[in-house]
Write a protein that binds this ligand. Structure first.
Ligand SMILES: Cc1cc2nc3c(=O)[nH]c(=O)nc-3n(C[C@H](O)[C@H](O)[C@H](O)COP(=O)(O)OP(=O)(O)OC[C@H]3O[C@@H](n4cnc5c(N)ncnc54)[C@H](O)[C@@H]3O)c2cc1C
Length: 262
């Protein structure tokens, strides 16, 4: 049976200058959006695995109807088809519930290997891959920097750790998240862009996935984001003046003495 690979992508703001409203929620309406930058590496790796092992790549995205844009962008790069998971009942879901929605869709799609980006450039929790693995009851390996060997039954992976690099094998079905070190994402070809316009992209609701409404959205979520605060901006620096490198070094030493570092 041909290998069924899936890659999960999120539509996120193409900017980090997001506003936070009075209720502490991130406001992204009206900002330009695109595929989450980390997900480009997951898409590339999924396509490379398909080129090596055969099979197909299905793109999966949960969100508003506009998520179809990023699904088609991934198809333009070489994925085969896609699914948008969209239902008013999904709105306000926390990470765990969002992962349960993804897991239900991945099962329905018949995925055997699922790739994720390391994190998003908005929520940036990095939780989705492990949560989804848990809902599927499959092994998950996060922060993979290299697929050293691959067959349709098992992968050998490298994962950076604080004190070195882990090399491990995982049997399929499995979930991976990948870092930016893993590859250099390709650009879409004209042929790919044309194919993406016509490629099948399904829309699945809670009913299509057999998910009960009371387990979804804010009401079904065990966690709630109470507030978000922007990272405080860095205080202004000091430029050390001096006509020569020696003068500058002397002035720097004086400053360090004043601050009692020396
Ligand atoms: C319709 C809908 C409405 C939501 N509304 C809210 C809300 O109002 N408030 C709130 O706090 N949260 C909400 N969420 C949940 C939240 O937006 C995220 O989707 C989820 O919690 C992922 O968290 P993250 O951005 O930290 O992803 P991370 O865990 O950092 O992402 C890791 C990887 O997971 C994948 N991924 C992440 N999100 C998705 C996705 N949606 N679809 C496909 N792949 C994905 C990507 O590959 C990404 O690289 C909603 C979710 C849905 C589906």
């Amino acid at each position: 049976m041909p290998l069924k690979i899936a890659v999960c992508v999120k539509r996120t703001p193409a900017s980090t200058s997001v506003a936070i409203d009075a209720s502490g929620k991130v406001q992204t309406k009206g900002l330009p959006h695109g595929i989450n930058p980390f997900d480009e590496y997951a898409v590339e790796e999924a396509i490379r695995l398909k080129e090596k092992l055969g099979g197909t790549v299905t793109v999966v995205s949960a969100g508003e109807a506009e998520a179809e844009e990023v699904v088609r962008a991934a198809i333009a790069l070489g994925c085969d088809d896609g699914v948008v998971l969209c239902d008013p009942a999904f709105a306000g879901s926390d990470g765990s519930v969002t992962a349960s929605i993804l897991a239900a869709a991945l099962r329905k799609a018949g995925a055997q290997l699922v790739l994720f980006g390391k994190e998003t450039n908005d929520g940036a929790s990095g939780q989705m891959p492990a949560f989804t693995g848990a809902w599927l009851d499959w092994p998950s390996v996060v922060n993979v920097r290299k697929v050293a060997a691959a067959s349709d039954a098992e992968l050998t992976l490298e994962r950076p750790m604080e004190d070195g690099v882990d090399t491990l094998t995982v049997k399929l079905p499995a979930v991976l998240s990948v870092t930016k070190e893993i590859n250099e994402p390709r650009l879409p070809s004209l042929k790919g862009k044309m194919a993406a316009k016509k490629a099948p992209v399904a829309k699945w609701s809670a009913a299509d996935l057999g998910l009960a409404a009371d387990k979804l959205g804010a009401a079904g979520s065990p966690t709630e984001v109470l507030a978000m605060e922007p990272v405080p901006s860095r205080p202004g620096g000091v430029v050390i003046a001096g006509a020569t490198p020696e003068e500058k070094a002397k002035a720097l030493v004086e400053k360090l003495k004043e601050a009692k570092f020396l």
